[in-house]
Design a protein around this ligand. Structure first.
Ligand code: DGJ
Length: 706
């Protein structure tokens, strides 16, 4: 990180990339370079504002790092405000800067009002990741309303073509990779639903349309925010690309009183010249070390059992003890009781809000079950959905104004529930109190924090109309705050984030939980695509996968081995009704859990290579290499067989060509007979598999022997 006073450039170098910004002749903070490493300062030209042409202005064309909406600017701004006197013009100019270690803060100021923006950059040189956010300060003597407050603008130079990769889907089909060329105009991905959403995810990657898994330049980024977010990809008239992201500006209105500040979410980004595979590997390693809670960083995630698919709402002491006994036989390390244990919770119509242990289902409370689970050598976890209330609950009867609503308007229900307005300090304290009591009176190791509906009628009637839109921001801040306080008070309790599957998956939540429930769709073949998309953006350690019973959602049945192998590519869980299993099933499952434990550090902390994608053909192949390069786990899945059509060889990556690897195949499905092969052979010739019928799969573990 350097400031070169002549020609006024800030140079943020990572090991193999550079990010350069400068102060141009108009005193604006201007983007200069984002890409491969620039080695020589003398090569760099000063930042110069763009040249205007008819109907295009200098301001609009200049790649400003944090443009206000003001003057002759027509492209996507980072900040749009209304001052109290009605002025809606904002022109941000360089004021001062500060460099502290790997963090640069550049302070901008409006040309006449005392509205300041600190544009903050932190570079993580080892991973080539840059974190940006903005802190907006109202130092005027009157309120200012922010109508759009973005985290950052990123710029890419003029080019004939840019392609966007992003993650999209729906409930039961989250995080599927989508790719499209960006034409003139704007492509927006966003959530207006109050949380991150199943439909879109705040991650992107850009390439020129020709990058692959292991080659080509890729720029990527992700927002750390679990509320309404937005990313706009704008091809400007001169074919440059501007990416702006942060709080969603839809229904946004954040009033800053004199002296108040607002910090935007952090927008992380990175660059690689070695394709999408390298982009995700460096992002995974960054997340493991810099994003995920540090206290659990080096601990592998335990193999868990979750009761939801087996018993649904029908949980009780006896059936949970029985499931726990069976789960322990398999080598499960954490037993999680899901929904149904509290209030009058026999279905989804009642119970939420009344967090007392159901006395019929658990006449002696939860402790006998917890003790039983502990005696079996497992940890104990519990499901909660603290943000919600069912209308028939005692809590709602006593506090009907606690929910998000507009007076006199319908209160639309989602999954028969309403949202407690956690933006309110009193509601937040109530929720913290409930969880504090629960955790304080039981010996838990884990909670699964669920959220099963999106926002509607987002009113906060206790505030003046002009303040109410703050709900979008304050709600999320308070969810974060409650989680942070619980984590500080109960450091032993790990957390899984869930929102009807992967509806709350982003770097904001991932910095305060150990793992995320990937999707309610546990059908193994569908899962391959959901998990593949997940892997583009997020580390597999955080991706929880359960093996469940068949036929599943699509009425599809796959073998238990196939289901295990799919689930083993992330953090392994089991959700079957174990009372229906045969001894054969137990034997197989125990073997698979043992195998998983053998490769767990490699899968959870290693480097992931997507060798063949479920989007592209019959074969899916995923390979993990341990941090020290000594172990490799290769998973291969076949979709369906065509008569006489041979499967292509699976060529491995990321090996030492001269090293020798000993192969340990799961079964007889590897055609190659040699038990030891060199890295060069494995990379150049690859392995051949005999996978037959539909939905066949195998695993090969390779240990480096020299
Ligand atoms: C939605 C979650 O995704 C499921 O795993 C389960 O916990 C149910 N909620 C319980 O209501």
């Amino acid at each position: 990180m350097r400031f070169v006073s002549e020609p006024k450039l800030f140079i943020l170098d990572a090991e193999d990339s550079s990010y350069v910004v400068g102060i141009n002749e108009l005193n604006h903070l201007q983007h200069v370079h984002w890409g491969g490493r620039l080695l020589r300062t003398q090569d760099l030209q000063p930042a110069r504002a763009s040249t205007a042409f008819a109907f295009e202005t200098r301001e609009s064309l200049t790649p400003e790092e944090y443009p206000g909406w003001g003057g002759m600017r027509f492209a996507e701004p980072c900040l749009k405000v209304t001052f109290d006197d009605g002025v809606r013009d904002l022109v941000l100019r360089y004021d001062s800067h500060q460099i502290l270690g790997d963090t640069l803060m550049v302070r901008l100021r409006d040309l006449s009002y005392e509205l300041f923006v600190d544009v903050v950059y932190t570079i993580y040189p080892r991973y080539g990741i840059l974190a940006r956010h903005a802190v907006i300060q109202n130092r005027t003597s009157r309120p200012v309303t922010l109508e759009s407050a973005q985290s950052a603008a990123w710029h890419l130079p003029a080019a004939p073509s840019y392609r966007l990769s992003h993650l999209a889907g729906r409930w039961g089909g989250e995080t599927r990779l989508e790719r499209e060329l960006l034409g003139p105009g704007k492509k927006v991905i966003e959530s207006r639903r109050g949380n991150t959403s199943h439909q879109a995810n705040p991650w992107f990657a850009i390439d020129d349309g020709a990058a692959g898994e292991e080659q080509g330049r890729v720029w990527f980024g992700a927002l750390a925010w679990s509320g309404n977010w937005r990313m706009a990809f704008e091809r400007l008239p001169d074919t440059r690309l501007r990416i702006v992201g942060g709080f969603n500006d839809f229904d946004f209105g954040y009033r800053l009183a004199p002296g108040e500040t607002l910090s935007t979410p952090v927008f992380y980004s990175g660059f690689t010249s070695r394709g999408f595979g390298d982009a995700s590997r460096r992002f995974h390693q960054f997340q493991l070390r810099e994003i995920f809670p540090s206290r659990s960083a080096s601990r592998p995630r335990p193999v868990l059992y979750n009761s939801w698919e087996a018993t649904q709402f029908d949980v009780n002491e006896e059936n949970q003890k029985r499931l726990a006994t069976q789960a322990a036989r398999l080598g499960v390390e954490l037993f999680v009781m899901d929904d149904g244990w509290f209030g009058r919770r026999d279905n989804n119509r009642d119970g939420l809000g009344d967090w007392f242990v159901n006395p019929t289902k658990f006449p002696n409370g939860l402790n006998p079950l917890i003790e039983h689970v502990r005696k079996l050598g497992m940890g104990f976890g519990l499901w909660v959905e603290p943000e919600m209330v069912n209308p028939p609950s005692d809590l709602y009867r006593d506090n009907p104004d606690w929910v998000v609503h507009f007076p006199g308007r319908p209160r639309s229900e989602g999954r028969r529930q309403l949202i407690l307005n956690m933006a309110r300090a009193d509601v937040r304290e109530h929720i913290f109190g409930v969880l504090d009591k629960l955790l304080g009176s039981h010996d838990f190791d884990f909670i699964k924090w669920d959220m099963n509906r999106h926002f509607s009628e987002p009113g906060w009637p206790q505030l003046p109309a002009a303040e109410q839109k703050k709900i979008w921001v304050e709600y999320v801040h308070n969810v974060y705050q409650v989680i942070d306080r619980l984590r500080a008070k109960y450091p032993k309790v790990d957390i899984e984030a869930c929102s009807g599957g992967g509806g709350r998956l982003d770097l904001g939540i991932l910095s305060r939980v150990e793992q995320v429930w990937t999707s309610d769709n546990t059908e193994a073949f569908d899962r391959l695509s959901i998990q593949e998309g997940f892997s583009f953006a997020y580390a597999p350690k955080a991706m929880v996968n359960w093996v469940t019973d068949v036929p599943n959602l699509n009425n599809r049945s796959t073998s238990l081995t196939y289901r295990f192998l799919v689930a083993m590519t992330g953090s392994l869980g089991i959700g079957n009704d174990l009372n229906r299993w045969s001894e054969e099933d137990f034997k197989l499952a125990t073997r698979m859990v043992t195998l998983y434990k053998r490769i767990r550090p490699t899968v959870q902390h290693g480097l992931l290579y997507r060798l063949a994608s479920p989007r592209e053909g019959e074969l899916t192949a995923i390979q993990y290499v341990s941090e020290d390069g000594r172990q490799v786990a290769l998973f291969v899945f076949r979709r369906s067989q065509q008569f006489q059509l041979e499967l292509p060889a699976v060529r491995l990556r990321g090996l030492d060509p001269k090293a020798i690897y000993r192969l340990d195949p799961l079964d007889g499905k590897t055609i190659d007979n040699q038990r030891e092969l060199s890295g060069s052979y494995l990379e150049q010739r690859g392995l051949h598999f005999r996978l037959t019928g539909d939905f066949d799969a195998t695993l090969v573990i390779l240990d480096r022997v020299s």
